[in-house]
Design a protein around this ligand. Structure first.
Ligand SMILES: [Zn+2]
Ligand SMILES: [Zn+2]
Length: 346
């Protein structure tokens, strides 16, 4: 076991503070990673504040981890000391179910192990990336290509893969009109990735406040959803809408923006159930769908794609002592577009 410094929430809704945690000794297939950067995801805040139900405390959040391998177990074949690597939302899964065998570990029916606020197969609570080091099975570690700096790569491990997976699955590409709903941590990566895939990209945001950024990052069009004219003008326009927002939406209104056979895919979710008139799906054979992160193979594919197209996240680098302040700013949508913790300050 190794004692490492970390930032943890000692109890639900409590501010995060510096502490120490134990990392397990490196096992046969483990790699020890010196964490260089950890992104702050909105879901870290949900979990620290128990917005998604009962959680485990103390909690060390962080599932957008970028670092360098500093030790490998004797059975490790995929990584060597010095490799630049990342860890996302999962650190294990059953590895046997239909989904795991198909590389869709995020939909593991046997139960996958979350990077933090989870319990590993050994019964130990998992602690995330707001720390100096982490020990992870090599099968849940991905390689960060040299073309990506580790700081701008960190947010790709959750925000990047969460939007890449549905864009791929629903065939974003040349000739396809894709709308990105919400221009935040996930939305700004969706714009970059959909543009790089060759799709015609439209941002649908509450206001035009971030329009210049949206166009600079690759959007072809930018509309305010607060303007009713947007819904008249864009009626029947899109093959795919990726919704990154977690506020309640008028789904009927957004479904009216799809072409025949179009899909509205949710990667953000409101806490309350929605009500929907199903005629908004029946007319035009439309799909209302959801999508969760991506599998390990797909996460590697996403990193390789982002490296090839030079797509890092837009980040604000912070010291660990600024985490609590950063949380408040995330809640106020006052970040362009992802906070990343410099782990050397932990
Ligand atoms: Zn996340
Ligand atoms: Zn499984």
């Amino acid at each position: 076991m190794t004692t490492v410094a970390a930032y943890a929430a000692p109890a639900a809704k409590a501010p995060l503070e510096r502490t120490t945690i134990e990392r397990r000794a490196v096992r046969e297939h483990d790699v020890l990673i010196d964490i260089h950067f950890a992104g702050i995801c909105h879901s870290d805040i949900h979990q620290v504040r128990e917005g998604w139900g009962e959680a485990i405390f103390p909690m060390v959040p962080g599932h957008e981890i970028a670092g360098v391998v500093s030790e490998v177990g004797p059975g490790v074949t995929k990584f060597a000391v010095g490799d630049r690597v990342g860890v996302g939302c999962m650190v294990d899964s059953c590895r046997e179910c239909e989904n795991c065998r198909a590389g869709r570990e995020q939909y593991c029916t046997g139960g996958n192990v979350m990077t933090y606020n989870g319990v590993g197969k050994d019964g130990e609570v998992t602690y995330g990336g707001y720390s100096e080091k982490v020990v992870v099975d090599e099968n849940f570690v991905v390689r960060i290509p040299d073309a990506l700096s580790l700081d701008v790569a960190a947010p790709l491990l959750c925000a990047g893969i969460t939007v890449y997976s549905p864009l791929r699955h629903w065939n974003a590409g040349p000739g396809k009109k894709v709308a990105v709903l919400g221009m935040g941590g996930l939305g700004h990566m969706a714009v970059k990735i959909a543009h790089a895939m060759g799709a015609e990209v439209t941002v649908l945001s509450q206001s035009l406040r971030k329009k210049d950024d949206g166009l600079r990052l690759g959007a072809d069009h930018y509309y305010a959803t607060s303007d009713p004219k947007t819904f008249e003008e864009l009626r029947g326009s899109f093959d795919l809408i990726v919704s990154t927002v977690s506020a309640p939406l008028d789904f009927g209104a957004f479904l009216s923006l799809l072409r025949t056979d179009g899909a509205l895919v949710n990667v953000g979710a409101p806490e309350e159930p929605i009500s929907l008139n199903l005629f908004s799906l029946i007319g035009g054979r439309k799909t209302l769908a959801g999508s969760s992160i991506g599998g390990i193979r797909e996460t590697q594919e996403m990193l390789d794609f982002c490296a090839e197209h030079n797509l890092g996240a837009e980040i604000e680098l912070i010291a660990a002592s600024e985490i609590n302040e950063a949380y408040e700013r995330v809640l106020a949508s006052d970040v362009r577009y992802r906070f990343v913790i410099d782990a050397s300050t932990i």
